[in-house]
Write a protein that binds this ligand. Structure first.
Ligand code: ADE
Length: 262
């Protein structure tokens, strides 16, 4: 028998979701889940308009860094009329207890490289009166619940070989602050400095705070999910591409799958 949809399901499905990936492998994994995507170009990017379990989605590769991410988010809102944005990708873990293979759902973002002192406090975005931009609580909660369901059985998503290859055991979902900056953090000294400047930051990446600021400006709900690929130290680049292929992309797709088809 066909699935029966409630009015709340239909309202959820009628909203258009923008899905941003920062790297090609992630976008490719997302596009594999859309049976009907159509390409549209804007701002030097390909936007893929399609459906995921009947949900209207627009998937796009932002490329890497805050400016690329802000341009992408703005085009999603202005040109494609998305009602919410979800960002998926990888991040370096800087918080205590975060391990490679864990997942972080952002509750807020800060730009760790924003510093207009002494005119404004360190990290404060000038003329906004704030350093931190919250994600949408409802959307983030739904994403975190979907992530918990996926990570309860990581072998189903990754397979035993990937679990063994990356030495992943009982991965956890964390919710908290993510710090973004235009730098791949790959030294012990830099991650220690970040921990000192932002003691409650769980992870570091290169796009989320820019999307959070754009979404704040437009009043569009935003959530972000990042798989910890490294500890932002001297070994951060080792196996990065293989990790994205075999772990982060698979988690992202499995979590979005659980989110769109609970
Ligand atoms: N994305 C994944 N790992 C990262 C790191 N160490 N620094 C910045 N962005 C990242």
């Amino acid at each position: 028998m066909g699935r029966i949809y409630l009015p709340t399901d239909l309202a959820f499905m009628m909203k258009r979701t923008g899905i941003i990936s920062a790297v090609h492998q992630e976008l490719a994994a997302v596009l594999d889940c859309l049976p009907d995507e159509q390409r549209q170009c804007a701002g030097g990017r390909d936007f893929w308009v399609g459906h995921w379990h009947g949900h209207d989605v627009v998937a796009v590769l932002s490329r890497i860094g805050k400016v690329a991410a802000a341009t992408t988010a703005t085009a999603l809102i202005e040109r494609f009329g998305v009602d919410r944005i979800v960002f998926t990708g990888a991040a370096g873990g800087i918080g205590d207890g975060l391990r490679v293979g864990d997942v972080v759902v952002a509750s807020s973002f800060v730009q760790h490289d924003m510093d207009a002192s002494p005119l404004f406090a360190r990290h404060e975005v000038p003329l906004y009166g704030q350093a931190r931009f919250d994600t949408d609580a409802t959307l983030s909660n739904a994403l975190a619940n979907a992530a918990r369901a996926v990570l309860a059985h990581p072998g189903r998503t990754l397979g035993a070989d990937a679990l063994a290859a990356f030495n992943l055991h009982a991965p956890l979902v964390h919710v908290g602050l993510i710090a973004s900056g235009d730098r791949f953090v790959a030294t012990q000294a830099e991650s220690a400095a970040l921990r000192c400047a932002l003691p409650d930051a769980l992870a570091v990446e290169m796009e989320g705070a820019a999307v959070a600021q754009v979404c704040h400006d437009y009043g569009v709900p935003f959530a972000a999910l990042r798989t910890i690929s490294d500890r932002a130290d001297d070994g951060a680049y080792i196996d990065f591409t293989r990790f994205i292929d075999q772990v982060a992309s698979r988690y992202s797709v499995a979590v979005l799958e659980a989110y769109f088809n609970p």
